[in-house]
Design a protein around this ligand. Structure first.
Ligand SMILES: C[S@@+](CC[C@H](N)C(=O)[O-])C[C@H]1O[C@@H](n2cnc3c(N)ncnc32)[C@H](O)[C@@H]1O
Length: 199
């Protein structure tokens, strides 16, 4: 990410963290990803050449800026969905400040996944409400591209109990390989293999 865009992203994060500190209700917080995690997502997208990128839980657009910046490098595009319309509008303003483009939709993550074609996504960043994740798993697996489609799930160390159910589903799934990266709040990376090892 070039210096000016990085500076804008940092300003957005700083303002969001100040906002979050004033909120007693966690749902009122923007809860942006740690910057090292955002940076890693950008590297992974570049390294894998991911072009079809989905974000579930866009909030104010901080992580979306990093995804969209990486998509610019790969010639790809980002769809970011967020359930709160005010946040979608704020994300649009923040992306404009950073000078990057993404498709921003006010939509339930479950609906975005239901609308996704089989094997469509090269890269999915899952950062919404954790208790729902296990329910997303069948659609996540179905819509990830075989042979290299990558899913990244944040907060697997900071909120381990809440992601335990999807963790068990991933561990039991023979057609994926996964690793926990201790960066930021803990990032689980799950790659879809070429063929199911159970076949
Ligand atoms: C942890 S924040 C996302 C932070 C963002 N990825 C970032 O790092 O800048 C989670 C967001 O998911 C949104 N959300 C919660 N449930 C959702 C759902 N079912 N579908 C889409 N978005 C949802 C919340 O409104 C909140 O803004």
């Amino acid at each position: 990410m070039e210096a000016q865009r990085r500076k804008v992203a940092q300003q957005i994060l700083t303002a969001a963290r100040a906002h979050d500190e004033r909120q007693a209700d966690r749902h009122a917080r923007f809860r942006n990803v740690e910057p090292q995690t955002a940076e890693l997502l950008g590297v992974l997208i570049r390294a894998t050449g991911a072009r079809r990128i989905l974000e579930l839980g866009g909030s104010n657009g901080y992580s979306t800026i990093w995804l969209a910046d990486a998509a610019q490098a790969t010639g790809g595009a980002v769809l970011s969905v967020e359930i709160d319309a005010e946040r979608t509008a704020l994300a649009a303003a923040n992306l404009a400040l950073a000078g990057v483009a993404a498709e921003l939709r006010t939509q339930d993550a479950a609906q975005a996944l239901a609308d996704s074609a089989d094997g469509f996504w090269d890269f999915v960043f899952l950062d919404a409400e954790r208790p729902a994740y296990a329910g997303y798993w069948p659609a996540l697996l179905r819509s990830l591209r075989p042979a290299g489609g990558l899913l990244a799930i944040d907060n697997v160390l900071s909120n381990a109990a809440e992601v335990a159910a999807i963790g068990e589903l991933i561990a039991a799934e023979p057609s994926v390989t996964s690793v926990l990266v201790p960066v930021g709040a803990g990032l689980s990376l799950v790659v879809r293999d070429a063929h199911s090892r159970s076949q």
